[in-house]
Design a protein around this ligand. Structure first.
Ligand code: ME8
Length: 673
């Protein structure tokens, strides 16, 4: 069985955790859970980075001893993860004796091997970045990383001969031995390596900084915080003689920490998750340190983007951070997880806003997933004695139902002749996108199964057929329950708690299974389907409307306009108008006014829209055309069918209804503003 060793950055304890930290840790947690579904043995480590100037200063500001400060702050990180359903196997702290011993052994080895030298050194030192810069690195005389002041310092220090490993590092990246995702980040590192690589100062004199690990060969110095911190990835799995200390510190936690072989077994399978702000330390310092120590460079990196607030990075020093705890308390941990994972394309930046979080909840979770579970289970309670219905002999699933089964099998990696229809965006097997660490794509692909199951309900209409042909309804209901089970199992890595609840709601009591065992037809007929309330409440995001500015006197030249019921811009901005492609349109029996439309909103999926235009337009006039759709109108039930949006129409004075169509080529899903 192959392995997967996931790590996150170990976070500085100079402030409380924010959404940026929660994001990277949630991505690592979700990836490891996907790897578990794919049948791999996994190990997941996170922790805190506790030495160095930033932490020493944070403790000084609070007037507490550094160790007491670290104990307190580290605990806030440790306590946060379980509340977000993040389940690391190990939480490591750099002030633990087991880690300090590893760092000292590593330094001693480099010193003995002549790979560390003492030199006198002068340069511009940035406290914020905890490093020296050359004159030409500075931007406007300030630290290029943090924008903070720098000071000129001259001192004797110890240097790791990093320059010797420049070519081996280039080779490791170019040969793909050390894989950096997304690829543009690998190119960035290679670009950096086009310039001569300098040696790395790995010591700080105690006269300037006392909060660190003492060098084993000179007790006037402590270790540079990055040299110390990066070694955590080795300590955690028992490298450099840590396995015995690990066992004592952590108890028996399986082969990842407890055996002499643990490092050998796990290191080749490491995957470092980190933000783009710490790419150089991870992809240049770290592999060269490992090479110098006679170890293999890391196998894989996933470099994530930044959450921005008003297009500026969310960061402790800027004070614009979003507290994950308050959001979790307000919306629940899984809504927060879902938003973080689904909204941000791994590797790119995204703007954080509570309004966007609410919207994600309402569209993906409440409308698509929550409604699907609710509508199907209500049918079971009403018409099938609260049990998974038996499949009647000789009745075949409808074409759309069969396509949902094909889609599920395709997602599981079965060789199914599944072709994305024109209404889907491109869908890939889960194993492929997981391996490429494109989690946002994986989740969007799984949601296409959920959307298709909703279309099955709309098209097979079991709530109708149950009255005339109960066997037909039983076929739809059985398969929809089976499909929900498959979708919930596949969504488990992102929303573990919810997914387990959904499994129970459809009568599946055997828990989450690996993707190989995830057979659609395993859902046992006759299983009890328990009652429950709606899983994802819709939320309303209150935007405080600013009072309109009242001008003392309107300018003389301003034309007088009479506006009935004026609205604020925020009210307009709350409307989500999109371009939609009409895929299908049909009259609704017994209704003179309504047409049922199936509308594709591109990557946002499909919607069923009931439009009151039957007396104005023939279905053929709509199929294949583009329309404007108000997508965030609360869904409504009309004639027993859900309408999940509104088609925008111009109403002429003589009472005609004319569809509003984009003039020019705007793809489905484009936002209208
Ligand atoms: O750098 N958006 O710790 P740190 C997304 N101790 N992710 C963000 C973010 C944002 N706005 N802000 C922070 C350190 N992060 C070192 C690491 S590892 C050996 C030592 C995430 O507390 C992102 O993953 O500053 C970033 O790399 C990490 O937090 C930095 O956390």
């Amino acid at each position: 069985m192959s392995r997967f060793y996931a790590t996150t950055p170990i976070y500085y304890v100079n402030g409380k955790p924010h959404v940026g930290h929660a994001y990277c840790t949630a991505v690592a947690d979700t990836s490891r859970r996907f790897e578990q579904l794919l049948g791999r043995q996994t190990y997941f480590v996170t922790g805190t980075d506790e030495h160095g100037q930033k932490v020493q200063e944070a403790a000084e500001r609070r007037g507490v001893e550094p160790q007491a400060h670290c104990d307190e702050l580290s605990q806030t990180f440790r306590d946060l993860w379980p509340t977000l359903n993040i389940a690391p196997d190990q939480f490591i702290r750099t002030t633990e004796p087991r880690h300090k011993a590893v760092v000292r052994r590593a330094l001693q080895k480099l010193w003995d091997d002549g790979l560390i030298e003492q030199r006198s050194f002068a340069g511009w030192y940035s406290t914020a970045a905890e490093r020296y810069w050359t004159e030409k690195d500075l931007i406007d005389g300030k630290c290029p990383d943090s924008g903070q002041e720098v000071t000129w310092l001259e001192e004797a220090n110890y240097f790791f001969l990093m320059s010797r490993f420049q070519q081996p590092l280039i080779d490791a990246i170019e040969s793909g031995k050390m894989k950096i995702l997304p690829a543009k980040r690998a190119n960035e590192v290679l670009g950096f390596l086009r310039e001569p690589l300098l040696d790395l100062c790995i010591s700080r004199p105690k006269s300037r900084l006392s909060w660190g690990i003492e060098l084993p060969f000179d007790d006037d110095y402590v270790t540079y915080v990055w040299f110390d911190a990066l070694m955590n990835y080795v300590t955690a799995i028992g490298g450099f003689g840590a396995h015995q200390d690990n066992q004592e510190a952590l108890g028996d936690t399986g082969d990842a920490v407890g055996s002499e072989k643990s490092f050998e077994q796990w290191w080749p399978h490491v995957c470092h998750f980190l933000g783009k702000d710490i790419l150089t330390t991870h992809a240049v310092y770290w592999p060269t340190m490992l090479m110098a120590l006679g170890l293999e460079p890391p196998r894989q990196y996933v470099v994530t983007g930044w959450w921005l607030v008003d297009n500026t990075k969310m960061s402790k020093s800027l004070g614009n951070v979003v507290d994950p705890l308050s959001l979790k308390d307000k919306y629940g941990p899984e809504v927060l997880r879902w938003f973080l994972l689904r909204e941000m394309a791994v590797g790119q930046d995204a703007n954080f806003s509570e309004a966007a979080l609410v919207k994600r909840n309402n569209t993906d979770l409440a409308n698509d997933l929550g409604n699907l579970v609710q509508r199907t289970t209500v049918l079971v309670h009403k018409h099938f004695d609260s049990k998974v219905p038996a499949l009647p002999a000789g009745r075949e699933p409808s074409a759309i139902l069969s396509s949902a089964i094909d889609l599920a099998n395709y997602l599981r990696g079965q060789e199914v002749a599944f072709e994305a229809t024109q209404t889907d965006h491109q869908v890939w097997p889960v194993a492929k996108t997981v391996q490429e660490l494109k989690l946002h794509v994986t989740l969007a692909d799984i949601m296409t199964l959920v959307q298709r199951l909703n279309r099955v309900l709309a098209s097979d209409a079991p709530f109708k057929t149950v009255k005339t042909d109960k066997d037909a309804a039983a076929v739809t209901v059985y398969h929809t329950l089976a499909g929900i089970r498959v979708a919930a199992n596949l969504l488990w890595p992102a929303i573990p708690q919810t997914s387990e609840k959904i499994l129970q709601r459809v009568g599946w009591t055997r828990g989450v299974v690996s993707i190989d065992e995830l057979n659609w037809h395993d859902l046992p007929t006759g299983a009890e389907v328990p009652r429950g309330s709606a899983m994802f409440p819709r939320h309303q995001f209150e935007v405080e409307a600013k009072a309109p500015k009242v001008k003392a006197k309107p300018k003389k030249s301003a034309p007088e306009v009479q506006i009935d019921n004026p609205i604020e811009y925020v009210q307009f901005a709350a409307l989500d108008l999109r371009v939609g492609d009409v895929i299908a349109a049909e009259p609704i029996k017994k209704s003179q006014k309504l047409l049922r439309l199936e509308v594709s909103l591109g990557a946002l999926g499909m919607r069923q829209i009931l439009a009151g235009v039957a007396q104005h337009l023939q279905p053929e006039q709509l199929v294949g055309t583009k329309i404007q759709v108000l997508t965030n109108l609360k869904p409504r039930k009309l004639m027993g069918l859900w309408s999940q949006g509104m088609m925008m129409l111009a109403e002429t004075e003589d009472g005609r209804l004319v569809p509003m169509r984009p003039d020019g080529d705007a793809p489905a899903g484009s936002k209208i503003a």
